[in-house]
Design a protein around this ligand. Structure first.
Ligand code: MRU
Length: 343
C-alpha cells in the first residue's frame, strides 16, 4: 500500500517527510522507520500543520505496531500512542488521529491481519484529508469574490496537510473556479511559515503572492488593500474560539476594526468537542532560539529574555465564519458547531 504527495510518502515500510525546516532552499525528504523517528519529526517540525501532524502520527502508530516484539501488546501500543502524543500540544488533530487509530486497534486486537487493518486506517485518513480539503476549498471559494486580495497567515496549505490545504485550499479552489485572486502572505515570525512555505507553494502553483512582514497587515487593511482574511486552525472550541499560529489574534482584531471578513478554514476534526471555550486550549511554548535567531544568525543581544508562544486564541466574536468540509458555520457558533458535529 502506497501514498505519495509532495508533503509525505508512505512507502509501505516507512514514512518519508519533506523536511519543511529546509524549505524553500532545499527539497529533502527524511525517512522515518520507527514511531520514535516519527515523533521526532513532528516535534522538530520536519512536518507541521495540524492535519499533516495528525496523519503523520497515524502512520507512526502503524510503525509502532510493527516494532512490537514480545510482552503485552496493549501496553506497548499505549506507550507508542503516548510517545507520539507528547510531541506538540496545541493541534488537536494529533490526538484525534491517535484516538482513531487506537479505537481501530482495540476493536481488532485479536484479528490476524491487524497490521493491514491499521495500515488501511492510516491510508484512509490520508485520502480523507485530501478529499476534506477539496470540500473545504469548494465551500470557501464561494465566499471569495472575483478580483479579491486575500490575506493569510502561517501556512495552512498543501504542506500543512496531506495535500491541497485548508486556507490555501480555499484560495486554490477560488482560482480553479476562474476567479482572479491575489494573496498577501504574512511572513509569520518567528518560524517564517508564510515567507518560506506559503510563498513557495503558491508561487509553484502560479498564484499571485506577495510576502509582507507581520506588522504591515493593519496598514494594508486600513488602505483598503485587503478584502478577506483566511487562516487555518489548530484547535477550535465548541463555542468557536480558535487557536492558530501566533499573530492570528492580532489579525482578527485588525480585520474587525476595518470591517474585513475573517474566515477560519479547517476540517471538522480540528473541532475539539471536549472543550467549551478557547481558555482551555493548551498553548505550546517553543524554544527561545526561534526568537533570538533569524536565518541562523543571532538578532537579539546575548542574555536578553524572550517569550515564544507558538499559538494564540481568537475569540468567536472576531470570526465571521468557519469553513469546514460539511459547510460554512456562521454565528451563533455554539449552536451551529453542535449542528455540524451531528451531521
Ligand atoms: O506551528 P505550525 O507550523 O504547525 O502551525 C501551523 C498553523 O498554525 C496552521 O495554521 C494550522 O495548523 C492549520 S494547517 C492546515
Amino acid at each position: 500500500m502506497k501514498l505519495k504527495t509532495k508533503t509525505m510518502e508512505w512507502t509501505g515500510q516507512s514514512l518519508k517527510l519533506l523536511d519543511q525546516r529546509k524549505l524553500p532552499f532545499v527539497e529533502e525528504y527524511v525517512e522515518c522507520r520507527s514511531h520514535k523517528e516519527v515523533a521526532h519529526a513532528i516535534k522538530e517540525m520536519i512536518v507541521r500543520g495540524a492535519p499533516a501532524i495528525g496523519v503523520t502520527a497515524a502512520f507512526g502508530y502503524v510503525l509502532g505496531y510493527r516494532e512490537f516484539k514480545n510482552g503485552n501488546l496493549k501496553e506497548w501500543m499505549e506507550q507508542v500512542k503516548y510517545t507520539l502524543s507528547q510531541t506538540r500540544p496545541t493541534a488537536v488533530n494529533l490526538f484525534w488521529a491517535l484516538n482513531r487509530m487506537e479505537k481501530v486497534f482495540l476493536e481488532n486486537i485479536n484479528e490476524k491481519d491487524l497490521d493491514t487493518i491499521l495500515e488501511n486506517e492510516a491510508m484512509r485518513m490520508a485520502y480523507e484529508d485530501i478529499e476534506t480539503n477539496k470540500a473545504i476549498g469548494k465551500n470557501g471559494a464561494e465566499l471569495i469574490k472575483d478580483g479579491s486580495t486575500v490575506l493569510t497567515h502561517c501556512n495552512a496549505g498543501a504542506l500543512a496537510t496531506v495535500d491541497y490545504g485548508t486556507a490555501l485550499g480555499v484560495i486554490r479552489a477560488a482560482v480553479e473556479s476562474g476567479k482572479r485572486v491575489k494573496v498577501f502572505a504574512d511572513e509569520t515570525r518567528p518560524y517564517l511559515q508564510g515567507a518560506r512555505l506559503t510563498a513557495w507553494e503558491l508561487m509553484k502553483d502560479g498564484i499571485e503572492v506577495y510576502v509582507i512582514t507581520d506588522n504591515m497587515a493593519g496598514w494594508l487593511m486600513k488602505r483598503g488593500l485587503i478584502d478577506a482574511v483566511v487562516v487555518g486552525a489548530d484547535r477550535i472550541a465548541l463555542n468557536g474560539d480558535t487557536a492558530n499560529k501566533i499573530g492570528t489574534y492580532s489579525l482578527a482584531v485588525l480585520a474587525h476594526r476595518n470591517n474585513i471578513p475573517f474566515y477560519i478554514a479547517a476540517p471538522v476534526s480540528t473541532i475539539d468537542p471536549t472543550i467549551k471555550s478557547g481558555k482551555e486550549i493548551p498553548i505550546e511554548e517553543r524554544k527561545a532560539e526561534e526568537v533570538t535567531h533569524c536565518g541562523g544568525s543571532r538578532i537579539v543581544p546575548e542574555g536578553v529574555k524572550v517569550l515564544n508562544p507558538a499559538f494564540d486564541v481568537t475569540e468567536n466574536s472576531l470570526i465571521t465564519a468557519i469553513i469546514t468540509e460539511k459547510g460554512v458555520v456562521k454565528p451563533p457558533f455554539e449552536e451551529n458547531i453542535k449542528k455540524i458535529l451531528e451531521v
